[in-house]
Design a protein around this ligand. Structure first.
Ligand SMILES: [Zn+2]
Ligand SMILES: [Zn+2]
Length: 283
């Protein structure tokens, strides 16, 4: 019998899985991945995630709106979040947070260069600021609903750690976050744990060039992190570059146990307990 692990962050509603959801979930069970949490990225995706959770007893849903799509979000997402969050299989809100990886100015700059347009840099800066403000507003709305409902938040950040932490900070006494797909250093990890939040690690820990992340994982206390695939992205070695799926938490757990210097059963026990504490409605 393989050790039991959870995939705490999957995107089963993505088209990548549309035609073979049943075998994907079965392969996960066969590999010992006994729970899958599928994460919404906008309202439609959140509703699909709930439908999938209704279809499979071992799949749970997280509902929210990804920061990269913030500009398409309604001005007030809270009523919709409240409604979706009341579903018995919705175990957290998200993914939410801040993502500054592709700011409007970056895509404009390339367009401007090719068109030799005369738009000023000032316009781009303003657009970037509006985009960031909208993301922060949306993130706050998730945190408010999390606080009201007693659920926690699945947090996505990219190139925006300082701002993400400052939006979370005022909520930190009542809402916990998990900084998913964690790829930062140990100092940042400790700051996050200091806010009573958690981190979670993907297949990046198996990558040849994932040395820094393995270093952070080594420093992270055994009871303060979770494992995830973020599938269909970030397939671990030996599947790197292929479509990822929840069964591959097995490969991630094997590397994580080596890095932590513990047995698979110790890692299983710790990460599953952490997930059950964090996702209160997970059973
Ligand atoms: Zn994410
Ligand atoms: Zn994700």
């Amino acid at each position: 019998m393989p050790e039991i692990f959870f995939d705490t962050h999957a995107h089963l509603d993505y088209p990548d899985f549309a035609t073979e959801l049943i075998p994907v979930v079965e392969r996960a069970s066969g590999a010992g991945i006994s729970r899958i949490i599928t994460i919404g990225t906008d309202l439609e995706s959140s509703r699909r995630s709930i439908q999938i959770a209704e279809q499979f007893p071992n799949v749970f849903a997280v509902v929210g709106w990804h920061p990269s799509y913030a500009m398409n979000a309604p001005a007030d997402l809270r009523p919709a979040l409240r409604e979706l969050a009341s579903h018995p299989k919705v175990v957290a809100l998200g993914e939410t947070g801040l993502d500054y990886h592709r700011l409007p100015s970056a895509s404009l700059k390339s367009k401007v260069q090719s068109l030799k347009s005369s738009s000023s840099a000032g316009d781009h800066t303003m657009e970037d600021e509006q985009y960031k403000a909208k993301q922060a507003e949306l993130f706050r709305q998730h945190l408010e609903v999390a606080k009201e409902t007693g659920l926690n938040c699945v947090i996505h950040q990219r190139d925006s750690m300082a701002d993400t932490i400052s939006v979370l900070q005022p909520f930190a006494s009542t809402v916990r976050g998990v900084f998913h797909c964690f790829a930062n250093d140990a100092v940042t990890m400790r700051r996050i744990l200091g806010l009573n939040s958690l981190v979670s690690f993907t297949g990046i820990v198996t990558f040849k060039n994932g040395q820094n992340i393995r270093e952070t994982l080594r420093e992270t206390p055994l009871d303060q992190f979770m494992l995830e695939t973020d599938c269909p992205f970030l397939a671990p070695v030996p599947y790197r570059g292929k479509r990822c799926e929840p069964a591959y938490v097995k490969e991630i757990s094997e590397v994580a146990a080596q890095v932590k210097g513990c047995s698979l059963s110790e890692l299983s026990e710790a990460t599953c307990q952490t997930a059950k504490r964090f996702f209160a409605k997970l059973n």
